[in-house]
Design a protein around this ligand. Structure first.
Ligand SMILES: NC(=O)c1ccc[n+]([C@@H]2O[C@H](COP(=O)([O-])OP(=O)(O)OC[C@H]3O[C@@H](n4cnc5c(N)ncnc54)[C@H](OP(=O)(O)O)[C@@H]3O)[C@@H](O)[C@H]2O)c1
Length: 347
């Protein structure tokens, strides 16, 4: 096959404007592999970017200009390899990450990617299931590290997780429970059972109870829910707390609205205020920005190989129905949204 197909977001718009387009088949460069993408995820960030979010900052990375090809992770099969790739070869099933940037584009039938960002597909897991993990797990792993939580210190820690029923939250619940932490999950009423089943020791129904009424005894906090709740959540940390990380910070939004300098200044003001709340308890404070992380991919492989993680798929559709996957992610519906670029059957 000499052409590949990409899914393009035509312009920043809501409803999102998508179109497929044939392009020349990419060729793997030195250290790269060419992958036939069997499945790739649609995450909340893809939905936001399709509506124009992050355009100003990401244009500095060559990733802000429309039409955009989105997507940061994939599961598929290696078609060919470039020079100096020894660890894998054609025919290998792999999963992996694509950085956000000039070449960032997993929503395609084929992509070239640095071989270091691909890992073997775990036996027994279909591409549809695998593609749900790399981006979400990597961000979660960066958040755990950002909050100072690791395999060595998690046991017995009281951790507060906001947005616990989402993709990041579900992985946090499972990993923290496996590491022996005691997790309080914040979610809406419909998701209480889900959070309990995934290992939460306590669940706080955010639709019925004020977050201010949570106890202020937490060792660590993770905010995957809403920036508006940041100060309240930080107020729930105990003196001597370990740390806190958020993925829902206003960095890109500020820069979109105010430009690079003014947006960065506003972000700095917000960061300093929240950081002061965290440091009043002694906790470290981090804003998380997704980037490919080889250590995270290694950990993901280990967790999946042990059968220790699950993340349900809510919808898996071919490119022709890609708007359904974007709609699913936009509405925070249950299960991940997966695209099947080559039209592979979901399983
Ligand atoms: N900074 C980065 O690089 C980065 C990377 C990945 C993700 N993110 C962001 O992190 C967030 C979580 O990602 P995800 O993939 O886990 O998203 P997700 O699967 O859509 O889950 C988010 C969950 O947050 C809860 N939620 C939604 N709106 C809320 C609100 N207004 N207040 C409180 N909770 C709310 C919902 O659960 P309940 O209704 O049950 O509470 C929802 O299931 C998203 O905003 C995403 O854009 C950022």
């Amino acid at each position: 096959m000499s052409t590949a197909t990409k899914l393009l977001c035509l312009r920043p718009a809501d409803p999102i404007r998508l179109e497929t387009r044939r392009t020349a088949m990419p060729r793997p460069g030195k250290g790269e592999v060419l992958v036939r993408v069997d499945a790739t995820s649609v995450n909340p960030i893809d939905v936001k970017r399709a509506r124009g979010y992050g355009q100003r900052l990401l244009s500095h990375k060559g990733a802000g200009k429309f039409p955009l090809v989105l997507g940061n992770d994939f599961a598929g099969e290696i078609v060919s390899v470039g020079a100096r790739v020894g660890q894998c070869g054609p025919g290998d099933r792999v999963m992996g990450l694509v950085p956000t940037g000039r070449k960032g584009s997993a929503h395609a039938t084929h992509l070239t990617v640095d071989a270091r960002l691909a890992r073997p597909a775990v036996d027994g897991l279909a591409s549809t299931a695998l593609a749900a993990f790399p981006y979400t797990f990597t961000t979660l792993w960066l958040a755990l590290r950002g909050a100072g939580i690791n395999e060595g210190n998690a046991k017995g820690q009281k951790v507060l997780v906001h947005g616990a029923s989402g993709g990041l939250g579900q992985l946090a619940l499972q990993i923290l429970a496996a590491l022996g932490a005691s997790v309080t999950a914040i979610c809406s009423t419909a998701n209480i059972e889900l959070c309990r089943n995934l290992g939460a020791t306590a669940v706080w129904d955010r639709t019925r109870c004020h977050l201010e009424e949570l106890p202020d005894h937490f060792d660590a906090g993770l905010n995957f829910g809403a920036w508006e709740d940041e100060a309240t959540l930080l107020g729930r940390l105990r003196q001597g707390a370990l740390g806190y990380a958020t993925t829902v910070h206003p960095l890109l939004g500020h820069i979109d609205r105010c430009g690079l300098l003014s947006g960065a200044w506003r972000s700095r003001q917000d960061w300093r205020f929240m950081q002061s709340l965290a440091s009043a308890t002694g906790a470290r404070y981090r804003w998380i920005v997704f980037q490919p992380d080889e250590g995270a991919l290694d950990m993901l492989y280990q967790f999946l190989a042990r059968g220790a993680l699950r993340l349900s798929v809510g919808v898996s559709v071919p490119f022709a129905s890609a708007d359904l996957a974007f709609e699913h992610a936009a509405r925070h519906r249950k299960g991940r949204a997966i695209l099947l670029p080559t039209g592979a059957l979901s399983s």
